[in-house]
Design a binder for this molecule. Structure first.
Ligand code: DAH
Length: 339
């Protein structure tokens, strides 16, 4: 029996040492120490022994049991440590691996410029308003001092929906709608899409964007117009921007002008960008025509105002050095990614 015990002990210690998982370790415990285990079987068979033998065998069996239990417990500790290390290792993050990138969209260059311009005018105390793109002839032309036989109609190749309804050729009708709805002081900008029956090329599109501006109050003068628009140009293009106002003609303003900025590439010398002019046209503007004020039931004796209109595409093209307007509308990702 003593031999049996020592061989069970040997076998058990080997099995415990060989266990590489917690499951196989537990299986070894059950096999040798469990209720139906090998060592328990020995203890159960002790009834046939003499009291002295029983004492001796019992002692040996208990020693063997403690020995096996100790081994199991220390092996258990070791195993859990190893298993934890393996788990941590398999879950560790390799910070040198390339990450997954989630490409984000960006603002369209036209919207970037629009937002910049909006910020500038909102900062000066202007409100933003909108008007319809399908517009009455009355607002697009008539009320802006462009009657049916006026030559200015020829320069704006108009899409007619019916005799009295057009796709607006300019954002200027929003001036009229605003003056009908609000009393002075008025300070608004009105960005939006406009339509002209133009053939598509590098500088023309049948759909493009304008931003209209209108200020009406008591004692508004040409000097307010110049100060405001010069300040605008400096905020958009930089503090050292030089502007000039050239006389021009628009039916709804009197006097009318176009504002140029001095070419920032050649500083007025003349280069490819400004086509040798030294100056670049930025916008049309003028003092609101008294007839237009009257049409909107604003007394031109009491109030005066100035207005301006600028083309968004042209400003964006200049800002980002885009040489073909078609690129702006094609939404080619290779183009859009650059902004
Ligand atoms: N509506 C004009 C155009 O499309 C631009 C313009 C010029 C707007 C002078 C204005 C202005 O408000 O005062 O050509």
């Amino acid at each position: 029996m003593k031999e049996k015990i020592s061989s069970i002990l040997n076998e058990a210690l080997k099995a415990v040492a060989a266990a590489s998982t917690l499951e196989s370790l537990d299986a070894a415990r059950v096999k040798y120490l469990g209720k139906k285990g090998d060592l328990t079987a020995i203890l159960k068979g002790m009834g046939a022994l003499t009291p002295d033998e029983r004492k001796e065998v019992g002692l040996l069996a208990n020693e063997a049991r403690s020995k096996i239990e100790e081994e199991i417990s220390s092996h258990h500790q070791q195993l859990t440590k190893i298993l934890l290390e393996q788990k941590l290792l398999s879950e560790s993050i390799d910070v040198t691996m390339p990450g997954k990138s989630f490409p984000t969209g960006k603002k369209h260059p036209l919207n970037q410029v629009l937002e910049e311009i909006k910020e500038i005018f909102l900062g000066m105390g202007f409100d933003m308003v909108e008007g319809p793109e399908v517009e009455l002839d009355y607002y697009n032309f008539e009320a802006l001092n462009i009657p049916k036989d006026h030559p200015a109609r020829d320069t704006q190749d108009t899409f007619y929906i019916s005799d009295n309804v057009v796709l607006r050729t300019q954002t200027s009708p929003v001036q009229i709608r605003t003056m009908e709805q609000r009393k002075p002081p008025i300070r608004i900008i009105a960005p939006g899409m406009v339509y002209r029956s133009d053939a598509v090329d590098a500088t023309h599109s049948p759909v493009f964007h304008q931003i209209e501006g209108l200020v009406v109050d008591k004692n508004v003068t040409m000097s307010d117009l110049k100060g405001t628009l010069d300040d605008f140009a400096k905020r958009l293009y930089g503090e050292d921007t030089i502007t000039r106002f050239r006389p021009h003609h628009f039916p709804f303003t009197e006097p009318s002008a176009e504002m140029d900025i001095q070419c920032f590439t050649c500083k007025g010398e003349g280069c490819r960008l400004c086509k040798g002019e030294g100056w670049i046209e930025i916008l049309g503007c003028g003092m609101v025509h008294p007839k237009v004020l009257e049409t909107c039931k604003i007394d031109p004796e009491e109030y005066s105002g100035f207005a301006f209109g600028l083309g968004l595409e042209r400003i964006a093209m200049r800002r980002f050095n885009i040489d073909d307007m078609r690129l702006i509308y094609e939404n080619d990702k290779r183009f859009l990614k650059q902004f």
